[in-house]
Design a protein around this ligand. Structure first.
Ligand code: PHE
Length: 447
């Protein structure tokens, strides 16, 4: 069974690929604007709390399920509880992967566009850029094609090789940018917005946003870690792997904020710009920096790569499902799924000014997401669906599969886990589902 599926070639390969999935536009593009919209440091505080108290223990569960049964999310559930309705959450994961990929690919396309803008030395007007369908659609298509080409190459051949080389370079570049940004005139105001919490700014919406962002950023709640876990060998230590993934991911997000907020306040701009925040602040920062255009080009290249290791993983979930369950060839499936994601992404691509219809879509209440189709997709798939998926999966793993079996699987390869075992069982069965449930209820205005 395992033979045609592929396996990571080394522990480092797995950690890099999973960290590559986790680290992406979620850290650099989404995290800063959500922090900005939700009042700054207090949000960051809640976010970090959720990463440690919910995201990390929940990640153990997804990895354990995947490694134990070596299947995609749908197949994994089927293996544990054949013929049951629980499978629906596996399908939800597959659909969520497609849904996120569709809008994520659009933003990734913008990132590629900015590489070019940096090379020609003129970022131009951002609103005009994203409102031009003849620019954004080809860029989006380009990004989906590159993603498909790499996923095409298979698990260790494609995904792993790329992640290992480029992630460390990105890290170093970010460190350099922080140093530059915090030394700008007026940077202190940005630092205090970002780091000195004012807890009166926390509301129900903030809390859901923090939870949703934690799942989004860690690639949790849609079975991605089930899928990646299914390629991990029994010898690996799932606990330390997960800790590294969460640590790197959170570190990169915090670092992105340290670049953005000092620069933003130094420029006298408002943190509440929404999804366009990073694209407005960073190019301006690069323009005023000595040698900034080269740095900027490098930055957008690396950000595109970080996005690529995430889109690869988003495509991998539906692909793994079709390959395992319908026994179709990987090569064909990749292109079909990529094409579906592209079609699904077109309205998002057109929703930033190109089409009035998609730009004012307003499916869901304004208090939850802005009116454009892309923001609505980001809320439905990027926040709600992940939180809901994690809620159902934690119940499935904690109660249906059985926390004991999950804990045994985690302990295989990490004997030290036995010390925290009881605590973890409590978390996965009670703490995690109850907290997510309360937050989701709150979303519907029940309190
Ligand atoms: N975690 C990725 C990011 O932060 C996005 C993602 C979400 C990838 C869910 C896979 C699954 O950019």
């Amino acid at each position: 069974m395992a033979a045609h599926r592929g396996e990571w070639s080394s522990k480092l390969g797995f950690v890099f690929a999973a960290a590559g999935s986790a680290i992406g536009l979620g850290n650099i593009w989404r995290f800063p604007y959500i922090v900005g919209e939700n009042g700054g440091a207090a949000f960051v505080f809640v976010y970090v709390f959720f990463v440690i108290a919910i995201g990390l223990p929940y990640m153990f569960a997804e990895l354990a399920l995947g490694r134990s049964v070596q299947r995609n999310p749908v197949g994994a559930i089927e293996a544990i509880k054949p013929g049951s309705a629980w499978k629906a959450v596996g399908y939800l994961g597959v659909i969520t992967g497609l849904g996120i990929l569709s809008f994520y690919g659009v933003i990734a396309g913008w990132t590629v566009g900015y590489i070019y803008k940096m090379f020609v030395g003129n970022p131009g007007n951002f609103g005009q850029f994203i409102g031009d369908p003849l620019t954004v659609i080809p860029l989006f298509a380009f990004f989906i094609i590159i993603t498909a080409l790499i996923v095409h190459g298979g698990v260790s051949g494609g995904i792993e090789k790329w992640s290992k080389i480029l992630m460390p370079i990105f890290f170093i570049l970010l460190v350099g940018l922080i140093v530059y940004s915090v030394t700008l005139d007026g940077a202190e105001k940005g630092l205090s917005f970002y780091l000195m919490p004012d807890f009166s700014k926390i509301s129900g919406k903030t809390i859901l946003a923090a939870l949703g962002q934690a799942f989004f950023s860690l690639s949790l709640g849609m079975g991605l870690m089930i899928t990646y876990g299914s390629y991990v060998s029994k010898k690996e230590n799932l606990v330390t792997s997960a800790v590294y993934i969460a640590l790197f991911d959170t570190l990169i997000a915090i670092m992105a904020g340290l670049v953005i907020f000092p620069a933003l306040f130094a420029m006298g701009k408002s943190p509440e710009a929404g999804p366009t925040l990073v694209f407005v602040v960073l190019p301006e920062l690069f323009l005023q920096m000595p040698g900034g255009l080269i740095v900027g080009a490098l930055f957008f290249i690396l950000l595109s790569v970080a996005a690529l290791t995430s889109t690869i993983s988003l495509l991998e979930v539906p692909v793994a499902y079709v390959v395992d369950e319908m026994k179709m060839s990987r090569k064909t499936v990749v292109w079909i799924v990529a094409f579906v994601a592209f079609l699904l992404g077109l309205p998002s691509a057109l929703s930033q000014g190109a089409s009035a219809y998609w730009s004012h879509f307003g499916w869901i209440p304004k208090r939850l997401a802005s009116q454009d189709f892309l923001s609505q997709m980001s809320f439905i798939f990027g926040d709600f669906s992940l939180a809901f998926g994690a809620f159902v999966l934690s119940i499935f793993i904690g109660w249906v599969w059985g926390a004991k079996y999950a804990a045994d699987e985690i302990e295989t390869g990490s004997s030290a886990f036995s010390k925290g075992r009881q605590l973890w069982i409590f978390m996965i069965r009670y703490f995690i589902p109850v907290i997510i449930f309360l937050i989701l209820l709150n979303l519907f205005g029940i309190f």
